[in-house]
Design a protein around this ligand. Structure first.
Ligand SMILES: [Zn+2]
Length: 257
């Protein structure tokens, strides 16, 4: 399989990289990424992921644009205020690259509907802003055997972790944060504040990791380290990383599950 000439030109700067090449670009065109949360992380991430030519995107958000979102949610403008983010994001992709396939969901994510959203995807990128939703997405990914890239940001701190809890010996997001956050809580940026560019740093780092994961087997961008979490500190600025071990008692991916 190869790309038509206009696609080769569009992705020329990717294709010239030996780590991606034509084969890597073709692989990206055949991938399905589910992006959950089209806010401070999902909005810049989508711009880079669509630009990378990931062939099929499912965009999930039940929120509407508020004027206070514009400080960091780069997809939207003044005309979008009051309109649903999922529809707007789909419209943005359609204009940006009509060659991509886009599906949307504007339902609120629950434990019940999360599996239907992630099933069959090559990767889920979670940029939502509360623990109960993140855990519902993580549990669905483990159950449906889909890798999860989990990204979060607040104030000047961000984290991006890659999880494949469905694989033997690999941890999941629940192994990382535990069970304490299953109930709805109010861990959102509305309470804490956030530097807009910080959300962009976390988002583009997550987009880069997503491309690396989706290229596995086709490109040559190094091994994916499942269970590795990167902490991004915008105040220093600095970055560090650590591994999350599988929790044998994890109720999503442990032996009890
Ligand atoms: Zn787990």
């Amino acid at each position: 399989m190869s790309l038509p000439p206009e696609r080769l030109e569009r992705f020329a700067r990717h294709i010239v990289l030996p780590e991606i090449g034509g084969a890597g670009q073709v692989a990206l065109a055949g991938k399905h990424l589910v992006l959950v949360g089209l806010g401070g992380i999902g909005s810049p991430a989508l711009q880079y992921l669509a630009a990378a030519g990931i062939g099929k995107l499912t965009l999930v958000d039940d929120d509407k644009v508020d004027v206070s979102n514009l400080q960091r949610q780069t997809l939207y403008n003044m005309r979008d205020i009051g309109h649903g983010k999922a529809v707007l994001a789909k419209r943005w992709v359609s204009t940006f690259d009509p060659g991509l396939q886009v599906g949307i969901s504007d339902r609120r994510i629950t434990v019940e509907n999360a599996p239907d959203l992630v099933i069959g995807a090559d990767l889920v990128l979670d940029g939502t802003d509360n623990f109960s939703t993140r855990l519902a997405i993580s549990d669905a990914c483990v159950a449906e055997r889909v890798p999860l890239l989990s990204a979060a940001v607040g104030r000047f701190q961000g984290q991006v972790g890659a999880f494949a809890g469905h694989l033997p010996g690999q941890s999941c997001y629940r192994c990382f944060v535990g069970d304490a956050f299953d109930a709805e809580d109010c861990d959102t940026c509305a309470d804490d504040g956030m530097l807009g560019a910080m959300a962009g740093w976390v988002a583009t780092f997550a987009a880069m990791q997503a491309v690396r994961i989706l290229l596995a087997g086709a490109g040559n961008m190094g091994e994916i380290e499942w269970g590795k979490v990167h902490l991004l500190d915008g105040a220093a600025p600095a970055m560090r990383s650590f591994m999350i071990a599988k929790d044998p008692a994890c109720k999503a991916c442990g032996s009890a599950a």
